[in-house]
Ligand binder design. Structure first.
Ligand code: GTP
Ligand code: MG
Length: 248
């Protein structure tokens, strides 16, 4: 299975650092604003092999024109802010709205990531601030991470992959159920069409005999046939053309 995960957030929050830590296991100290970088990584989640394509996007405003396209193509999202930058969390609120609008769904696989949690002295956002946003978003999974120390980095990526897997499994189960239902309906339709024919086929003798038995009368066949003919002219035929409607 190939899954595309998109890393979104304001400039300098650590999107590239988190991504490179996850993919290559190294920490990049220098800051080089990203335009767009794509990474591939194969992982196993819950016993299933996943081929991940991770899109590390631009946070700096002059490079964000492609954002809409990234979001369209992504199946899961890491929404990253820095615990040292209050504005970066505010920016995420608009970003999430954009994701939900473009995906046209309230159920989009995503995690909220508060990065740089190692910088305790520079911290301006508490864990509670992150928890509050996660609750406001309908309990979106929330991780405080440190790209520097690889704290919770794997966990955040695996969480979003797991959400994608669950969503895909639910969609395919629903499709399977719909197919099964359609199949049952078709079978029922075929049965409905065959039944009247079978009734006719089961009565190879004249329908008069049938009428005689049902009525329990001693009419001879001619009398019954006369009644039968009369009834069929009085009443509309059933859609299947069966003469069953003539029974009195
Ligand atoms: N202490 C600390 N520094 C970090 C951490 N993550 C990233 N940094 C530093 O923050 C700076 C910016 O990190 P990037 O990963 O380039 O940020 P970005 O979000 O990709 O930035 P853009 O590509 O411009 O959007 C770099 O100097 C990193 O070394 C972290 O967890 N802890
Ligand atoms: Mg970057």
């Amino acid at each position: 299975m190939r899954y595309k995960v998109v890393v979104l957030g304001a400039g300098g929050v650590g999107k590239s650092s988190i991504t490179v830590q996850f993919v290559q296991g190294v920490y990049v100290e220098s800051y080089d604003p990203t335009i767009e970088d794509s990474y591939r990584k194969q992982i196993e989640v819950d016993g299933r092999a996943c081929d991940l394509e991770i899109l590390d996007t631009a946070g700096v405003a002059q490079f964000t024109a492609m954002r809409e396209l990234y979001i369209k193509s992504g199946k899961g999202f890491l929404l990253v802010y820095s615990v040292t930058d209050e504005n970066s969390l505010k920016e995420l609120l608009a970003l999430r709205e954009q994701v939900l609008r473009i995906k046209d769904s309230d159920n989009v696989p995503m995690v909220l990531v508060g990065n740089k949690c190692d910088l305790e002295e520079d911290r301006v956002l508490s864990i509670e601030d992150g928890v509050k946003v996660s609750q406001d978003w309908g309990l979106v999974p929330f991780y405080e991470t440190s790209a520097m120390y690889k704290t919770n980095v794997d966990e955040a990526f695996i969480d979003v992959v797991r959400q994608i897997m669950r969503k895909e499994a639910a969609i395919s189960a629903e499709k399977k159920q719909q197919k099964e239902l359609q199949k049952q309906q078709q079978q029922q339709q075929q049965l409905d069409q065959q039944q009247p024919q079978q009734q006719n086929n089961n009565n190879p003798q004249s329908s008069s005999t049938f009428n005689k038995n049902v009525n329990g009368t001693t009419d001879n066949d001619n009398q019954v046939n006369a009644r039968l003919n009369q009834s069929t002219t009085d009443q509309p035929k059933s859609s299947s053309g069966s003469k069953c409607c003539t029974i009195m």
